[in-house]
Design a protein around this ligand. Sequence first.
Ligand SMILES: NC(=O)c1ccc[n+]([C@@H]2O[C@H](COP(=O)([O-])OP(=O)(O)OC[C@H]3O[C@@H](n4cnc5c(N)ncnc54)[C@H](O)[C@@H]3O)[C@@H](O)[C@H]2O)c1
Length: 347
Amino acid sequence: MNPLRVALVGCGIISEAHVRAYANHADRARITVCCDIDLEKAQERAEQAGGASVVTEYDEVISDPDVDAVEICTPHHLHKDAVIAAARAGKQVLCQKPLAKTLEDCDAMIAAAEEAGVTLYYGETNHTLPAALEAKRAIEAGRIGQIIGTQATYAHWQGGKYLSTAWRYDPNVTGGGQLLDGGIHYIDLMLNVAGPIEAVTCFATRFRPELGGEDTAVVNARYRGGHLGALFSSQAAGIWFPGASFIAFGTEGVLSMGGPQGALTLHRPDLPDNREALIEKGSWGDSFTVMIGHYLDTVQHGKPNPSPGSVGRENLKVVLAAYESARQGREVRLEEVEPQASPDRKA
Ligand SMILES: NC(=O)c1ccc[n+]([C@@H]2O[C@H](COP(=O)([O-])OP(=O)(O)OC[C@H]3O[C@@H](n4cnc5c(N)ncnc54)[C@H](O)[C@@H]3O)[C@@H](O)[C@H]2O)c1
């Protein structure tokens, strides 16, 4: 099979992780084009990618017959148009999180990919994290009994280069702040590991005036299965906190995921030392390589897409419901933020 020829679109901070991940799949795919409105950034990534060609106009990417797939790494609010144009040009698409600003935009992107018969892969690294998949399996196998709830923490400070990309935290540009940009990674874990969410409440605030939107939020969730969840998400803590964690509590045991290595441990009273390491060394570090592996399995080998656009839509729906809850000071059911529900919501 010929290697997939990938165009990297948006050569900013995260595109470097994509370059490294593709280098680990060099036998299956290669980045052949780097596109950015900033020529220097495109040139720098192209060099890292081993000599890809450089363009500053996205139209050149989608009209290039030698490009099989595009990797959308532009700011959130630019994802929609880029994904739709690529799908209509018959390119396979991987789009970084969050999928888009609104559910209507997500629907248009998903429909465009379906109509064109191309893959839309939602690029959330947590979605295929081995520890997440193993935690899900352990819960389904009953290893913690009946699940009663989840607790997640994703709190840190990413000043420096992240601050220089201020669009990220400006709700007027992207539709949100830290929850949309960062907390959404842990919302994916909540949904993926513990099941669909029915309703949320949220408090959101800001401690760093230099950030435009909310930088700290607490989201409480009621899962459809009746269990409860909590997420503390912040971009205002003093340091990159290495202890990001996700814990699932059950009537017979507890699963804890986290720490610098992203390990997964099962805690039960009937285990030696009350614990069993399900995954000793997690893969926060190579989660991009893992993600790209799943993506290539989908587009090259026809395997079921483990992270389709609908996953990104569901993640965004929880974020939008949380923002609505913070605004209105009440519990918001997810169905209330569905597009057809918006007239009532505004009333
Ligand atoms: N998975 C993760 O852990 C993770 C981490 C960071 C960012 N992201 C996501 O990746 C995306 C990009 O984030 P980033 O941190 O790299 O941002 P960034 O601002 O560093 O990079 C964005 C790049 O897009 C370029 N760009 C803007 N408009 C363009 C256009 N029309 N055509 C081509 N290039 C254009 C900019 O010049 C910039 O270089 C965001 O959606 C973000 O949420 C994911």
